[in-house]
Design a protein around this ligand. Structure first.
Ligand code: FMN
Length: 221
């Protein structure tokens, strides 16, 4: 009888110990789970903290129109690149001044300053095609800032001959950045008297193309 009683006490003690261990274990794993979930949340919110800058150069408003459409979709800050010296109003004079600047690799001084440039991790750079290349003002802008570690996303408007070397120039001008596939669309043709072409129905069409591109390169707000 005494033996049976002892056995019962022993069984109760062992069962108690097992219960205590199991309860403690699940508590620990719960804490670990909570910790890793909060870690994940932190990382996700870090990724969501995209600080976006959209800079663009534009003479007749087409690149500006695309920049505004991008801004509507991804938010961030919109900044126009402007030179200190006023540019020629006359198309032919601009064509020859630009060709000269490109040939001599002149970097026109800029009025535009982005004092908090280092805060941005994503920089859209918009430009028209000039002489199948980049207007030198955009080279000036890239020369003024350090793009290392940033994501750079180029976009372009042109008179029907394409982006030319604008995207490859943006890639070489933003050393250390990850440069995504650019967006290029037909804009104005000043030679034929067409200045701002990206308006009305054309703007709606461009917006649709833009949405496809943003989806393809995985860009969200
Ligand atoms: C100086 C100058 C040079 C240009 N050179 C080209 C060119 O080489 N190829 C082209 O397709 N369009 C060329 N264009 C046309 C522009 O790329 C086109 O009109 C563009 O949409 C203008 O953008 P914006 O309205 O933002 O200034 C040139 C325009 C200017 C003013």
């Amino acid at each position: 009888m005494k033996k049976i009683l002892l056995l019962i006490v022993a069984v109760v003690i062992v069962a108690g110990a097992i219960l205590f261990w199991v309860t403690n274990q699940s508590g620990t794993s719960q804490t670990t789970k909570t910790q890793s979930t909060s870690q994940k949340n932190k990382e996700t919110s870090k990724m969501a903290e995209n600080k976006t800058l959209i800079v663009y150069y534009s003479r007749t408003g087409n690149t500006k129109a695309v920049a505004e459409l991008i801004h509507d979709r991804v938010g961030g800050d919109l900044v126009q690149i402007e030179t200190k010296e006023a540019r020629p109003k006359d198309y032919r004079s601009e064509v020859s001044q630009n060709a000269q600047e490109q040939n001599n690799n002149t970097l026109p001084a800029l009025k535009t300053k982005v004092s908090n440039f280092d805060d941005y991790n994503r920089v859209f750079i918009g430009t028209p095609t000039w002489n199948m290349a980049l207007p030198q003002a955009v080279e000036s802008f890239m020369n003024d800032y350090n793009f290392s570690g940033k994501i750079v996303i180029p976009f372009n408007t042109n008179g029907g001959y394409g982006a030319g070397s604008t995207f490859s120039q943006i890639k070489s001008g933003t050393k250390g950045a990850k440069v995504l596939d650019g967006f290029s669309v037909e804009g104005g043709q000043e030679t034929n008297g067409v200045l701002l072409a990206i308006k009305g129905n054309r703007r709606v069409e461009v917006a649709k193309e833009l949405d496809k591109w943003l989806q393809k390169i995985n860009i969200e707000k």
